[in-house]
Design a protein around this ligand. Structure first.
Ligand SMILES: Cc1cc2nc3c(=O)[nH]c(=O)nc-3n(C[C@H](O)[C@H](O)[C@H](O)COP(=O)(O)OP(=O)(O)OC[C@H]3O[C@@H](n4cnc5c(N)ncnc54)[C@H](O)[C@@H]3O)c2cc1C
Length: 488
């Protein structure tokens, strides 16, 4: 029994039903309590989950959810004018022609060491094939309007036999066990396992079982967002999210085909809502309609699986959206739950539940640690918020990687030793953020003339390829919609 029909509930129901068809999966959602309705940027975990793990044909996704492609994030952050962090693991590499790892050769005037960021810099998403279709690669995620994503998820759920009920429920049970749900019309719903996807309300795990909440507020100072946007006119559809430093936080720009979505994430200890809205509108004068303010808290419940309840999505925890990781966490929660249930032959053991909890706690904490590096080293503005971030942000699990970097520079040797295999950002993510923010390191390396010449030709070659063979997002969308286009 999945409680909640936001992206988390629908993803959980779909994953369980698709992977374990023998399960009867019900989903109950309240017609009165809406969904959060934000969450429009994704990471690589999204296409992997749906198109590889669940094996769904992407055709219906493209038709109904109308996504655009995201190759990474363009940060207006730190002392450089901008830098890219993409999904192609550009820093955890060393070109055979060069002596050191890629990060040692960062050049702010042509900030690419690989195809992905050269394409981003030229507003291109994919190479163009001879037949005019995009050459898809695996280094992309999506931007998706939340409502359309939820619509597609719901249709996928219905197609594979998830039974959807409309009711607001109250929870019946003790502090360590749920015995049932009671709908507003008095009907009783019972199940063997309950998935709490009730969003921030966390009706089962938080309210009924009273699992303690571990706050991340010592590290992540933002707790609100103001959201708005405008209809696209002639702006190019960038193949990336933009993350821009603001006075008391940061602002995303997410690229939909016909709409530009903006959101200012801020710390309410540093700016009040009215002033945040004022700054948001002043810097984004095209915003249509009154922007809406959302409150949140970053942190996670100590355990996500307690007794006969597994929480998924915001009901289990939330980390602010700087790396757009919520749908990624949900995907991992759902896949590890489905895999685990199958391996336990549908009778989860205490050791499996414990492992599931440790694995998922680590996921949340890893994201907090990675974001800490974004906040601690962003020297772009000297406002009270950013000065506090530089001074007071603890690095937790990121401390060792940062110490290594400060002594040794952007070497990727610590991969898998200081950053474990489960960390979705990997050493590459850390290096992208440290090099991108121009965090100083003690070793200095100056390339010789041969290396310099090689780099010049190499970078010019990538730029030339992007401009002549690259397809922009709009062009690629038109190409795949052409009636003659065929899906493999
Ligand atoms: C400012 C902001 C920006 C974000 N940006 C991103 C992003 O770029 N990328 C990303 O991946 N994520 C992002 N997220 C996170 C993302 O929006 C959510 O994690 C995701 O949508 C999952 O939400 P949910 O399904 O857990 O909760 P919700 O969408 O809130 O759904 C809760 C569901 O529970 C139901 N419910 C609640 N109580 C009851 C009850 N008593 N009875 C029956 N039903 C009930 C509701 O009806 C609803 O269907 C962002 C979040 C915020 C706050």
């Amino acid at each position: 029994m999945v409680v909640g029909g936001g992206s988390a509930g629908l993803m959980a129901a779909l994953t369980l039903r698709k992977k374990i068809p023998a399960l009867n999966v019900h989903l109950v959602r309240s017609p009165d309590i809406g969904i959060i309705g934000v969450g429009e940027g994704t990471t690589l975990a999204f296409p992997r989950h749906f198109f590889e793990f669940l094996g769904i044909n992407p055709k219906s996704f493209y038709e109904q959810a109308e996504p655009t492609w995201k190759l990474g994030i363009r940060f207006l952050w730190g002392p450089r004018k901008y830098f890219f962090y993409n999904f192609a693991f550009e820093y955890a590499k060393k070109l055979p022609e060069l002596k050191c790892a890629n990060g040692f050769y960062y050049d702010a005037s042509s900030p690419w060491m690989d195809r992905a960021s050269a394409y981003m810099a030229h507003d291109k998403a994919f190479p163009r094939k001879a037949n005019g279709l995009p050459q898809f690669h695996k280094n992309h995620a999506f931007h998706i309007e939340n409502e359309k994503l939820v619509g597609w998820l719901e249709s996928q759920c219905r197609q594979c036999g998830v039974q959807i009920h409309e009711a607001t429920v109250e929870v019946d049970g003790t502090r360590d066990h749920i015995s049932g749900l009671v709908t507003d019309s008095g009907q009783r719903l019972e199940a063997d396992l309950y998935i709490d996807s009730t969003g921030f309300r966390s009706e089962l795990l938080g309210r009924q079982l009273r699992e303690p909440f571990i706050s991340y507020s010592d590290t992540l100072f933002c707790d609100r967002a103001v959201i708005g946007g405008w209809s696209r006119t002639d702006e190019p559809v960038h193949p990336y999210t933009t993350a821009e430093t603001m006075d008391a936080g940061w602002c995303w720009q997410i690229e939909h085909e016909n709409f530009i979505n903006r959101g200012y994430v801020y710390g309410s200890d540093f700016i009040d809502d009215d002033k945040a809205v004022e700054e948001f509108i002043r810097k984004n004068p095209l915003i249509e309609k009154t922007p809406r303010v959302i409150k949140f808290r970053s942190g996670r419940y100590r355990r996500n699986w307690v007794g006969n309840v597994v929480a998924v999505g915001n009901a289990a925890g939330f980390v602010e959206p700087l790396e757009a990781t919520a749908l990624q966490v949900i995907a991992v929660q759902c896949s590890s739950l489905a895999d685990g249930l199958m391996d336990c032959l549908l009778e989860p053991t205490p050791s499996f539940v414990d492992l599931y909890n440790r694995y998922n706690s680590r996921q949340w904490d890893d994201i907090r640690d990675f974001l800490a590096v974004h906040y601690k080293f962003n020297t772009r503005l000297e406002t009270p918020f950013w000065l506090a971030c530089q001074r007071d942000t603890p690095l937790h699990g990121a401390q060792e990687v940062v110490d290594y970097y400060i002594e040794n520079g952007p070497s990727f040797l610590p991969a898998n030793i200081l950053v474990d295999n489960y960390n979705s950002f990997g050493i590459d993510g850390y290096l992208a953020m440290l090099v991108g923010q121009n965090v100083p390191y003690k070793k200095s390396y100056r390339p010789g003339s041969e290396e310099k010449q090689f780099l010049k030709n190499y970078r010019e070659g990538l730029a030339m390829e992007a401009t002549t063979h690259g397809m922009g997002v709009k062009e690629a969308l038109d190409a795949i919609r052409d009636p003659s286009a065929r899906w493999a």
